[in-house]
Design a binder for this molecule. Structure first.
Ligand SMILES: Nc1ncnc2c1ncn2[C@@H]1O[C@H](COP(=O)(O)OP(=O)(O)OP(=O)(O)O)[C@@H](O)[C@H]1O
Length: 687
């Protein structure tokens, strides 16, 4: 392993390097001594990664017996960033698991040491590692931090105390973190499915803990594969096989590994309550049922008192074993964020302000005075603040909406992430393939433990790919779905305006333009937009599964009925005659009186029935399906027009308005509904 600094070199003017320990995703780690002889681990941040020092103090001041202490983050004379942290002499869990069986498959006696199956660690050891990890991570969560990179390599055994390391680093160390090019560092085997969508809630730590518990118990990973794609697909779609897990731990692992973050235990106390260790003191790594309240030093110190003497852990080897990371390829995920820069700057300023406020060491009384003074200052200045903010809002809000719409037309947000997830997997695979010479984030040290060559990737079958995309779509929050619907609705408004313009120019080319002549076009545009907007809403509920045709037809027919009624009322308001084209096709005397007036003009019931039957007849989930074959299918438009003509034979409505409305709805829906170009996704997964 090639380290930049050699033993006896002094760095940061006060630490003498003793030896290199290992090289990880962020850079080299050294064991060093301070001038006074304090042992420290120094991490030299490499690969030109930007170090965000904002908010670092929040991490630096965390104290917990189950967390590796972070002493400082500083820069040397070459502006190179270094992380100074507590040196942990014991082994990390990766080493423990690998050393138990060099093949990577741990074969120790299992639960209670009695069954002797090929399996993970003994139950006592599992409990010790798991509870220590839970206690340390719960403390991070209580401080508002998410670890983001929980994995066996970041869990240490320090003389019997389990410590969680590397926390906060992925938050503060990233290339262009704020400018949105590189978002996170992590290991595929422990990555929650939602990370692909840029979600980094505490649920991702709970997911990783579920994986680690599985691995502790079985020595295996629940989602493993030959290629990064395979692993990602398994995270997204596979149900883990929990048959070898002891009964008492099966529910907690099943809950932690839920694909949807909201289905997982909401926090670590809830997760621990599902284990047999909820109220138990587990050696020094005490799991306290109320870890979120344990931030005071006294409490932490109490927690660090061992309840029984622990055997000293063997000293870790001086140099990390190359096998150590072999099972865990590391990747840098690239996540193009579409957050508007001004909005992002404002959000970050609020985050900073919140952190400053939380770290402000003032009595509650003085804090109250500060709040009061701020409110007073704001109130006194309202005479110029309100107009100024209104002016900014006047320009900013339309800009924000237009930007969002334009981006959404270019490539709808959620689908970018879905698509991007595959691109990343393909990219990672390329970086890790035998011929690749670099990691995605910079120069790659050939001796670094991350360069595990992988076989040529397997191509996903079409069904697998669709299943994976549907799974990914199913995991969106209601808010993001509502946002997508609104955006699609706005796009359809633009399409409606265009259709209105084109149709009225063609229709009125030889007539006088007056409110009366233009009203039918406005009416049609409104009905088309309404039908399309309703369908886009239904599409949000439909797109996450292949679905059941009958239920879909039924819900579409309800929407059709609503469209029919509104069309009728709107025609009345706009004074659009509803008998146009009827006398040509239909014998008015044979029409049912409940549906039609004597002259053959349709009543509300006829309009309602017509569109309800039409919507039930056509497979309306096709034009809104993001996985449809083409963005705009003219075949689907023709089917809609012909279908409308058939329905017109039974329940007539004005023509050609009826056919134009049916065709218009299908065109507009397809133009506004998100679309994943599945062909290119398939190609990317096999890059
Ligand atoms: N505080 C520490 N004390 C002792 N050894 C450490 C400490 N921090 C890290 N190490 C060791 O240094 C080596 C490199 O660690 P590092 O955290 O950089 O890599 P990693 O965890 O494998 O990857 P990543 O940083 O991408 O998660 C590992 O062998 C790790 O066990």
């Amino acid at each position: 392993m090639n380290f930049t600094h050699s033993p006896n070199e002094t760095v940061l003017d006060r630490y003498t390097i003793c030896r290199g320990i290992g090289i990880g995703g962020f850079g080299e780690v050294y064991f060093a001594l301070s001038q006074a002889g304090k042992e420290v681990a120094l991490k030299r941040i490499q690969r030109n990664l930007a170090v965000e020092l904002r908010g670092v103090s929040h991490c630096l001041n965390l104290k917990h017996p189950n967390l590796v202490s972070l002493h400082d983050i500083c820069r040397d004379n070459d502006d190179q960033a270094w992380v100074v942290m507590e040196y942990v002499a014991g082994k990390n869990l990766r080493e423990v698991l690998d050393e138990a069986d060099p093949s990577g498959r741990v074969c120790r006696a299992t639960v209670q040491g009695s069954q002797g199956l090929p399996s993970g660690l003994t139950m006592d050891e599992v409990r010790r590692w798991f509870c220590g990890m839970a206690a340390g991570t719960a403390h991070l969560h209580s401080a508002g931090l998410v670890h983001r990179d929980l994995k066996p390599g970041n869990l240490f055994d320090d003389n019997g105390i389990i410590k969680v390391g590397d926390y906060g680093l992925s938050k503060f160390i990233s290339s262009s973190h704020r400018s949105g090019h590189t978002e996170s560092v992590g290991t595929l085997h422990y990555m929650a499915p939602e990370i692909g969508r840029g979600q980094y809630g505490r649920e991702i730590d709970i997911y990783a803990m579920g994986i680690i518990l599985f691995e502790l118990l079985t020595g295996r990973l629940p989602f493993d594969g030959e290629t990064p794609q395979e692993i990602v697909v398994k995270h997204l779609t596979d149900t883990p096989d929990l048959s070898t897990i002891p009964d008492e731990l099966r529910p907690v692992i099943a809950a932690c590994l839920q694909k949807n973050p909201t289905d997982r235990p909401k926090d670590i106390p809830t997760m621990m309550a599902m284990t047999p260790w909820a109220n138990e003191n587990v050696q020094s790594a005490t799991w306290s049922p109320n870890p979120y309240g344990s931030s005071s030093p006294n409490r932490s110190e109490q927690a660090s008192q061992p309840t029984k003497p622990q055997p000293a852990a063997p000293t870790r080897p001086h140099v990390a074993s190359p096998a150590m990371n072999a099972a865990a390829p590391q990747v840098v995920l690239s996540h193009p964020t579409s957050e508007e820069p001004i909005a992002r700057a404002i959000r970050m300023s609020f985050v900073d302000l919140k952190q400053w406020w939380q770290n402000l060491e003032r009595s509650p009384g003085s804090k109250f005075v500060i709040v009061l003074a701020t409110v007073m200052i704001l109130l006194i200045n309202t005479h110029w603040l309100v107009p100024m903010l209104s002016l900014i809002g006047f320009f900013y809000i339309p800009y924000y909406v237009i930007r969002h719409v334009v981006l959404q037309i270019a490539e709808p947000d959620t689908y970018v992430h879905t698509h991007d997830q595959h691109r990343r997997a393909a990219h990672v695979n390329h970086a890790m393939s035998p011929g690749a010479t670099h990691m995605p984030n910079g120069p790659h040290n050939a001796s670094a433990p991350t360069s595990r060559p992988l076989p040529v990737p397997a191509r996903l079958s079409k069904t697998q790919m669709r299943q994976m995309l549907r799974q990914s779509l199913a995991q969106r929050t209601r808010t993001s779905m509502a946002a997508e619907w609104t955006t699609s609705g706005m796009i359809s408004l633009v399409v409606a305006a265009t259709l209105l313009l084109i149709s009225s120019v063609i229709g009125l080319r030889n007539s006088v333009v007056s409110p009366l002549t233009i009203a039918p076009y406005v009416w049609m545009a409104c009905v088309v937009w309404l039908g399309s907007f309703g369908l886009l809403g239904l599409g949000k509920a439909w797109e996450s599964s292949e679905g059941d045709g009958f239920t879909r037809r039924l819900s579409a027919s309800f929407l059709g009925a609503a469209v029919g009624v509104i069309a009728y009322l709107l025609a009345d308001v706009l004074m659009v005659p509803l008998d146009q084209g009827l006398s040509r096709d239909i014998d008015a005397t044979r029409l049912p009186m409940t549906f039609y007036q004597g002259s053959g003009v349709p009543k509300a019931a006829a309009m309602m029935a017509h569109f309800a039957v039409l919507f039930a007849l056509l497979r309306m989930w096709k034009p809104v399906d993001p996985l449809r074959r083409a963005r705009l299918s003219l075949w689907a438009v023709s089917v809609a027009v012909v279908g409308e003509w058939i329905v017109h034979q039974m329940i007539p409505v004005p023509q050609p308005a009826g056919m134009l409305i049916a065709g218009g709805i299908v065109v507009m829906t397809q133009m506004s509904a998100p679309w994943v170009k599945t062909d290119s996704v398939a190609a990317l997964t096999s890059t």
